[in-house]
Design a protein around this ligand. Structure first.
Ligand code: ADP
Ligand code: ADP
Length: 214
């Protein structure tokens, strides 16, 4: 299974990605997570990327293309992978196709999560994440067992620095302008299917598995 999960910020990509990678036993490749990891470690890439991420803008293609190229050629991707947050514009998608071509492989399916934009800001601003293990919670829809603490390792949950109302609004604009054209791009390739992401987390997961099994 070589998969891409698409959807606006706060649509539930990361949440659903965790279920998919567990079911199919493939690596979850999230460019957002890799970039945040670099920021945490203070690498040159992290320092450069942070400037763009804090504004809600995309980081330059060259930065993400290099890291994706390296990541998808690692041995653990031989049975597949799930890309989350990449590609983010048509130029990244054509670069990905070229890279996969070189490796003699193709994407099997693209999952497109659709959520009413009005719901997205509320979802993203009520998101909480574990700085240690990366688990995602939501104070409304998916609260941790103990308020403010990660279920898995007890760490204090944090709010992502780009989950302010202002930055989320900008990220939604960027999604509409630069990422949403990928829906037609992958429809033309015949790989894309839509999922109604406004349902409960469990129902969305069920619909994704139905779509993947078709
Ligand atoms: P993305 O990776 O697309 O930005 P996340 O998976 O991090 O989105 O989800 C954004 C926030 O919304 C998180 O707090 C998550 O717990 C919550 N969430 C995810 N799916 C749903 C859903 N179906 N209904 C309500 N809240 C959801
Ligand atoms: P979300 O889907 O909730 O917006 P991500 O974690 O996927 O969050 O992305 C967070 C930020 O990381 C983006 O706003 C952008 O600045 C940067 N980013 C992640 N992936 C890419 C990418 N493929 N190309 C450019 N920027 C990216």
């Amino acid at each position: 299974m070589r998969l891409v999960i698409l959807g606006p910020p706060g649509a539930g990509k990361g949440t659903q990605a965790n279920e998919i990678v567990e079911r199919y036993n493939i690596p979850h490749i999230s460019t957002g997570d890799i970039l945040r990891e670099n920021i945490k470690k203070g690498t040159d890439l992290g320092l450069e990327a942070k400037k763009y991420m804090d504004q809600g803008n995309l980081v330059p293609d060259t930065l993400v293309l290099d890291l994706i190229q390296e990541r998808i050629s690692r041995a653990d991707t031989k049975d597949g992978f799930l890309l989350d947050g990449f590609p983010r514009n048509v130029s990244q998608a054509t670069s990905l196709d070229a890279e996969l071509d070189k490796l003699g492989i193709k994407l099997d399916k693209v999952i497109n999560i659709i959520v009413d934009p009005k719901k997205l800001i509320a979802r993203a601003t009520s998101r909480r994440v574990c700085p240690t293990c990366g688990e995602t919670y939501n104070i409304v829809a998916k609260p941790p067992k103990v308020e403010g603490k990660c279920d898995k390792d007890g760490s204090d949950l944090i709010i992502r620095s780009d989950d302010t109302e202002e930055t989320v609004s900008r990220r939604i604009e960027v999604y509409t302008e630069q990422t949403s054209p990928l829906i037609d791009y992958y429809k033309a390739q015949g790989t894309l299917f839509d999922v109604d992401g406004s349902q409960s987390i469990e129902q969305v997961t069920e619909d994704i598995f139905k779509g993947l099994n078709k």
